[in-house]
Ligand binder design. Structure first.
Ligand SMILES: [Zn+2]
Length: 428
C-alpha cells in the first residue's frame, strides 16, 4: 500500500528534489511510514509496482507476480480496493528468494487493506480486530485460490504457532487473552501469535456455528462497509455482528450465535475453548515422514532420499519440521543426514529456516550456530528473533550474539536497546 505520488519530482536550487504524495483515505497515524534507499520499481500489475534494490528487484517481481490475483479475490470477498495503488517494498535482508512462499505474507498484507488499515482497532487492547480478522481474510483468499485443503492446512500451522505462544507466556497469562488489558503494560511485551491465531479461530468458530461461508461471508463484507475509515472496539464489533445476523437471518442464526461463550473466548486465557477440528489431508504426508525419522533413531540403516520432500510445498516442509520439533531431540548424526539429503541449511525461506534452526538448537547441534546468528541479525521479524533468542540462550548461555541483537544470559526476551519491532526489516 502506498500513498499516491502527485506530479513529478521538482528540483530545487539547493540540489535537492521535492516529491509530493497524497493520501485520500483516512488512516490512523501509526500507519504512516517513510522508506528511503537505493530503490527501483518493476510494474507487476495494473495497480502494483514492486520496489527494491536494483540487484534483487527482478527476483522480487517474479516472487510477487500473483499480487493482482490476491487483490481481486479480496475485492470479490469484501469491498472494492480503496487505496488506488498497491505497491510493495522488499528489503533485501528479509527477501526469501525464489520459492514464492512469501506470497502468504503478501496475502496477509493485502488483507490488511480492509481489516487493520481501513477498519482499525481503536486501541492495542483490541489489536486482534486487526490481526485475527486479517489472518481470517488472508486464509479466505488463499483458500479461494489454492483450495479449501490449503486453508485448512495453514490453519493447522497457525494452531501450532498459537500453542507455542501460549506455552511461552503460560496458560493463565493475561497476554493470552484476545481482548487484553494493557493498563501499565507496553503492548510490545504482549506481542505474540495470540491476536492472530486465537482471533482467527474465533472467527472460524463463528463461521462454522452460524452455518458456514454462505452465511458468514456476506457478514464480512457488511462489517467492512459498516466500519470503513473508523477505529472500533471489541464491543462495537460484537454488537454489529449480532445486529447483522438478527436483521438478515432472525433468531434462527442469533440463537446459534448465542451458544458461543464470547466472554471465555475474548477474555479467557490460554488456548481457544473449542477444538477447531481442521482437516489434516495435507498435513498427513508431512507427519508420516516425521514419524519415519523418529523411528530411524533405532536403526543404523535407513532409506531416506531427497525425493521424500521433493513434492512438498514450502508449507508442508514447515509442517514436517514442526512435527520433528515436538519430538525428543535428534542425534547429531541424523540431523547431519537430514541436512545432507534435504538441503535445509542453505534454504532462504524464513519460516523453514526458523523451524530447521529450532530443531537443531533443541539438540544443541553446534554446526547450526553460525546460520542462526546470521539469520537473527539479518531478519527483523519479531516472531523469529524473540523466540530464537530464547532458545539460543537456553542452549548456550555463554554464547554472545552479534552487535545488532544482544541477549543477556538470564533474559529470554529481546533486549530493547539492541532491537525494537519498529525498526524491523520485516512485515507484520
Ligand atoms: Zn498483520
Amino acid at each position: 500500500m502506498s500513498a499516491l505520488q502527485t506530479g513529478e519530482g521538482v528540483p530545487r536550487p539547493d540540489g535537492l528534489t521535492t516529491y509530493k504524495f497524497e493520501q485520500r483515505t483516512t488512516i490512523p497515524s501509526y500507519l504512516i511510514a517513510l522508506a528511503v534507499g537505493d530503490l527501483v520499481g518493476r510494474e507487476i500489475g495494473p495497480r502494483t509496482t514492486v520496489w527494491s534494490e536494483p540487484d534483487v528487484v527482478d527476483a522480487a517481481a517474479w516472487e510477487f507476480a500473483e499480487t493482482e490475483r490476491f487483490i481481486t479475490t479480496g475485492e470479490s470477498l469484501l469491498t472494492k480496493y480503496e487505496w488506488g495503488r498497491y505497491d510493495l517494498l522488499v528489503l533485501p535482508p528479509s527477501f526469501p528468494y525464489g520459492d514464492k512462499s512469501a506470497v502468504d505474507v503478501v496475502a496477509h498484507e493485502i488483507s490488511h487493506s480492509w481489516t487493520g488499515n481501513l477498519v482499525t482497532a481503536k486501541t492495542w487492547e483490541h489489536f486482534w480486530l486487526n490481526e485475527g480478522w486479517t489472518v481470517f481474510v488472508e486464509r479466505k483468499i488463499t483458500g479461494r485460490i489454492h483450495g479449501e485443503a490449503e486453508r485448512q492446512f495453514s490453519s493447522i500451522i497457525g494452531w501450532k504457532a498459537l500453542k507455542e505462544s501460549v506455552e511461552l507466556f503460560g496458560h493463565d497469562s493475561p497476554a493470552t487473552r484476545l481482548n487484553t488489558d494493557l493498563t501499565g503494560i507496553d503492548p510490545d511485551d504482549y506481542f505474540c501469535t495470540v491476536p492472530y491465531e486465537k482471533g482467527f479461530n474465533l472467527l472460524y468458530h463463528i463461521e462454522k456455528t452460524v452455518g458456514g461461508a454462505e452465511i458468514f461471508e456476506p457478514y464480512m463484507r457488511a462489517h467492512v462497509e459498516r466500519f470503513a475509515s473508523t477505529s472500533i472496539t471489541t464491543e462495537e464489533w460484537q454488537a454489529f455482528m449480532f445486529e447483522f445476523f438478527e436483521k438478515n437471518h432472525g433468531s434462527a442464526v442469533v440463537d446459534k450465535l448465542k451458544t458461543i461463550d464470547f466472554e471465555l473466548w475474548l477474555r479467557g486465557t490460554g488456548m481457544p475453548p473449542v477444538d477447531p477440528g481442521f482437516d489434516t489431508t495435507l498435513a498427513d504426508a508431512c507427519h508420516a515422514l516425521a514419524k519415519r525419522w523418529d523411528e530411524a533413531r533405532e536403526h543404523k540403516h535407513h532409506n531416506f532420499k531427497p525425493e521424500d520432500v521433493a513434492g512438498f510445498t514450502p508449507t508442508q516442509k514447515i509442517a514436517f519440521l514442526e512435527r520433528l520439533t515436538d519430538m525428543v531431540p535428534f542425534s547429531h548424526r541424523l540431523l547431519a543426514r537430514m541436512d545432507e539429503l534435504y538441503g535445509l541449511t542453505p534454504l532462504r525461506n524464513a519460516d523453514i529456516r526458523f523451524r530447521w534452526h529450532q530443531l537443531c538448537l533443541q539438540a544443541d547441534y553446534e554446526h547450526i550456530y553460525p546460520s542462526v546468528t546470521s539469520f537473527i541479525t539479518e531478519q527483523g521479524r519479531m516472531k523469529f528473533v524473540a523466540q530464537h533468542g530464547q532458545e539460543r540462550v537456553g542452549a548456550r548461555p555463554e554464547y554472545v550474539f552479534g552487535e545488532q541483537v544482544v541477549l543477556p544470559p538470564d533474559c529470554g526476551r529481546v533486549n530493547r536497546k539492541g532491537y525494537r519491532v519498529e525498526g524491523s526489516s520485516g512485515m507484520i
